[in-house]
Unconditional design. Structure first.
Length: 269
């Protein structure tokens, strides 16, 4: 079943003839870029947005992957913080941001004479509130992983089988997703989140988020990590660290880590 899906993915990408891959360095886009490079060679390139909303280590890992695999890599400045629609963080921020980013990527794709821009959405992304998917559909950007019927678990399994280091990499989303809707997004606040999550990563909390509610940090970790985080030394190290980064209050979400928790308050018709 998995091998059949992988073959379907390869055949579909091969049929596209030439592609630019919207590449973040995450689990999904890394597999997508790897397969595109494998079947199309020089007719596949990577495009990555540089932004204050993207963790610094993510950009570094994306650059390293392309260098190691000799893939042409184009990095452009997203300039998202210059857009009022981004800074004001409305409920459709993700849509507006994705629309702007993918429009720029589409232009770069055309400039390099490539036929298609592809991105790494998978079938599991259809289960959450993801307004960015509407921008992808409107701009007619192709999503090969979704077309091939690949779930997140499928992608991890395939990545492991072909030796990609990202196979067990924790999910990582744009740092803007850490802010409650309506919360003004600034470079300083983004840096606070990035530094806070880097601290948690260095302490061994692999799948986590630091959500921002004004001057309050709400930490989400897996329930398996609850016992460890409340140990006195660990608790104080995290508290002191986040206070030093600029938060006034540091809290633990008792429900634990889950994707899209900021979307839970949104009412859909």
């Amino acid at each position: 079943m998995i091998s059949e899906k992988l073959n379907n993915l390869k055949n579909y990408i091969k049929s596209l003839e030439s592609v630019a891959v919207a590449f973040s360095g995450g689990v999904d886009s890394t597999l997508l870029l790897y397969v595109a490079n494998d079947v199309l060679h020089d007719n596949a390139i990577a495009i990555t947005a540089s932004s204050a909303a993207i963790p610094e280590n993510e950009l570094n890992e994306a650059e390293n992957f392309c260098a190691e695999n000799k893939i042409k890599h184009i990095i452009f400045n997203a300039n998202d913080l210059q857009a009022e629609s981004f800074k004001n963080n409305p409920e459709n921020r993700c849509y507006l941001c994705k629309r702007a980013l993918f429009s720029k990527m589409s232009a770069i794709t055309q400039e390099h004479g490539l036929k298609n821009l592809i991105e790494g959405s998978n079938v599991d992304d259809l289960q959450d509130y993801r307004p960015g998917l509407r921008a992808i559909e409107e701009l007619k950007i192709k999503s090969p992983l979704k077309i091939a019927g690949l779930s997140k678990n499928d992608i991890r399994e395939i990545s492991k089988s072909i030796g990609l280091k990202t196979w067990n990499k924790p999910s990582c989303a744009c740092l803007a997703s850490r802010f409650v809707y309506g919360e003004n997004i600034t470079p300083e606040k983004l840096k606070m989140v990035d530094r806070s999550e880097s601290l948690l990563l260095s302490l061994g909390f692999k799948q986590m988020r630091v959500r921002v509610h004004g001057n309050i940090a709400r930490i989400e970790i897996t329930q398996e990590d609850f016992t460890r985080i409340i140990q006195n030394d660990m608790r104080l190290k995290i508290y002191d660290g986040l206070k030093n980064f600029g938060f006034d209050y540091v809290t633990l979400d008792l429900k634990g880590y889950r994707t899209g928790s900021m979307n839970e308050i949104i009412k859909h018709n």
